[in-house]
Design a protein around this ligand. Structure first.
Ligand SMILES: *[C@@H]1O[C@H](CO)[C@@H](O)[C@H](O)[C@H]1NC(C)=O
Ligand SMILES: *[C@@H]1O[C@H](CO)[C@@H](O)[C@H](O)[C@H]1NC(C)=O
Ligand SMILES: *[C@@H]1O[C@H](CO)[C@@H](O)[C@H](O)[C@H]1NC(C)=O
Ligand SMILES: *[C@@H]1O[C@H](CO)[C@@H](O)[C@H](O)[C@H]1NC(C)=O
Ligand SMILES: *[C@@H]1O[C@H](CO)[C@@H](O)[C@H](O)[C@H]1NC(C)=O
Ligand SMILES: *[C@@H]1O[C@H](CO)[C@@H](O)[C@H](O)[C@H]1NC(C)=O
Length: 467
């Protein structure tokens, strides 16, 4: 059936009755992705003429596939696979009348975790340019050291994510991530525990700061620094590092010990004005992460004739007032509140069950997302539409200007970080845009009622509540 015929069918249905029924999975109707509509049920909407150029959007709500409690449409339910435990249900590539079961090999655990990849909503289309837009840190190889570990995500895992890379790092109490520096800026968020960081800038001004869970630090490009866990938490610390280049690798930073292990001792002795024997115990290769004695949280910065860095390299984000929103809350930290952080900005977002980070985009900057807790369904749109489930510990990526949303589909608070390679956080809200232009223009595109448009809030909602 061609588009024209679909349009005629809709027009006939619309002219035959002043109300148009909206089939839902609840009334048992098999909902299809085209514009055929079934006149049954009780939901109504006012009869607005169909567009003269395209068919109407499908009424298929494209609910999540694991939502077995609410739907009576068996084709939307997970399928029991023969020979498996009777209370285990496995999602299959089936949605409505589309698709069928897998007969070949199946990784049941991964299928269950990714229902929207196995059975994409009918609204999905196209392919992702440049590979993954979700990467579970769980799949990144761990680099194990005495005293801690590290794992990373960069363009090797997500080729599309050229603007930022991330490292998840753990240090036991007292352990040190050795003195180092790199070409990228370094931004960090403490996931658990407490840290002490130190640095000296290009003008010889020094810095020493302490951070706890939910706090940040930032070191500009090329500025040397150290990271050490205190013993305020006996378990030490874990933190997320973000770098302003997707090419970054924690395997190729400049390390104090690596450099000196590769410098003639005669040169080292001359440089520091010492005897050769002063360097008898110099490590012969890099240390990277190694155990140490816990620094005192009350330690003072070394007396510096040049004074302290102009802007502190740490920020107590945990102590910042949260902005309450209809469906959650947000804290935004960029160079306006944390002046040192000129290359990375963050929004820490919480979304309560049923709430949603609204449809929006970021006008100039890519978003590197890190999920801290909860379960979300998210999709990005432009040249492709891909809906994904994301979990705590996953990294997401949304190219600049791509529209997206993040919906809390679990029972727990969803919390995540939106991170940008920029100095100022910015976003554009779809609802605010449509609330602030002439309503006739909105109506001409979307064929919605004046009342509906009048209800659009002129204030950016950021996180909306359950419908
Ligand atoms: C729309 O769906 C109906 C019901 O599945 C089918 O009969 C019809 O051929 C479809 N039309 C198009 C254009 O896909
Ligand atoms: C589950 O599906 C029902 C309709 O079948 C819908 O009312 C409900 O909102 C859905 N819940 C979620 C979390 O998608
Ligand atoms: C936390 O914020 C309060 C009030 O805004 C302030 O009085 C206090 O000094 C802050 N504490 C730290 C450690 O920054
Ligand atoms: C949410 O809670 C309900 C009721 O306790 C439970 O049936 C459901 O499985 C939970 N959903 C998730 C995603 O944990
Ligand atoms: C909707 O608003 C437009 C102007 O924006 C007006 O011309 C039209 O009559 C209104 N329709 C209804 C049903 O109120
Ligand atoms: C619009 O949003 C603001 C902020 O969330 C809220 O205070 C206000 O009540 C909303 N207005 C309407 C008409 O919903």
């Amino acid at each position: 059936m061609g588009k024209f015929l679909s349009f005629v069918l809709c027009a006939v249905l619309l002219s035959a009755t002043s109300t148009l029924a909206l089939p839902t999975p609840l009334d048992g109707t098999v909902v299809v992705s085209n514009s055929s509509r079934t006149a049954s049920g009780s939901a109504t909407m006012s009869a607005i003429p169909a567009s003269e150029t395209v068919a109407l959007a499908s009424d298929d709500p494209n609910y999540v596939m694991w939502n077995t409690t609410a739907t009576s449409d068996s084709s939307l339910q997970p399928v029991r696979v023969e020979g498996t435990s009777s209370n285990t249900m496995y999602l299959q590539p089936m949605r409505g009348t589309l698709g069928t079961t897998i007969l070949g090999q199946q990784n049941m655990a991964l299928q269950a975790q990714n229902p929207d990849i196995i059975a994409p909503p009918t609204t999905d289309s196209g392919v992702i340019p440049g590979g993954n837009i979700k990467w579970p840190m769980t799949l990144s190889p761990m680099r194990l050291q005495t005293g801690g570990w590290a794992r990373q995500q960069n363009i090797n895992q997500m080729p599309i994510a050229t603007s930022m890379a991330g490292v998840d790092m753990r240090l036991e109490a007292g352990a040190i991530r050795e003195l180092h520096w790199h070409k990228t800026a370094e931004w960090a968020y403490v996931l658990s525990g407490n840290m002490q960081v130190t640095s000296v800038d290009q003008d010889g001004r020094n810095y020493l700061g302490n951070v706890g869970p939910g706090d940040l630090w930032y070191f500009p490009s090329g500025i040397p620094h150290s990271l050490q866990a205190t013993n305020e938490d006996p378990n030490g610390v874990e933190f997320l590092l973000v770098f302003d280049n997707g090419d970054f690798s924690d395997y190729s930073t400049f390390q104090l010990t690596d450099w000196l292990a590769h410098t003639p001792k005669e040169v080292i002795a001359k440089n520091f004005g010492t005897s050769l024997s002063a360097w008898d115990q110099l490590p012969g290769e890099e240390l990277y992460i190694f155990p140490g004695n816990s620094p005192s949280p009350g330690a003072h910065v070394v007396e510096d004739p040049y004074g302290q860095v102009l802007n502190p390299f740490t920020f107590k984000m945990s102590n910042m007032t949260t902005t309450p929103l209809a469906g959650g809350s947000v804290k935004i930290v960029d160079s306006r509140t944390f002046p040192a952080a000129t290359a990375i900005a963050v929004a820490e977002v919480t979304v309560e069950p049923g709430g949603m980070r609204e449809l929006h985009w970021h006008p100039t900057e890519d978003e590197w997302t890190y999920y801290l807790s909860g379960t979300a369904r998210s999709s990005s749109c432009l040249r492709f539409d891909l809906t994904l489930f994301v979990y705590a510990g996953d990294v997401g990526f949304v190219p600049a200007t791509y529209g997206h949303y993040v919906e809390n589909i679990g029972n727990d608070t969803l919390k995540f970080l939106e991170i940008f390679n920029t100095d100022i956080f910015q976003d554009v809200s779809l609802a605010q845009w449509l609330a602030l232009i002439p309503p006739q223009l909105v109506q001409a595109h979307l064929q919605i009622s004046n009342e509906t448009i009048a209800g659009f809030n002129k204030t950016k909602q950021v996180v909306v509540g359950p419908n």
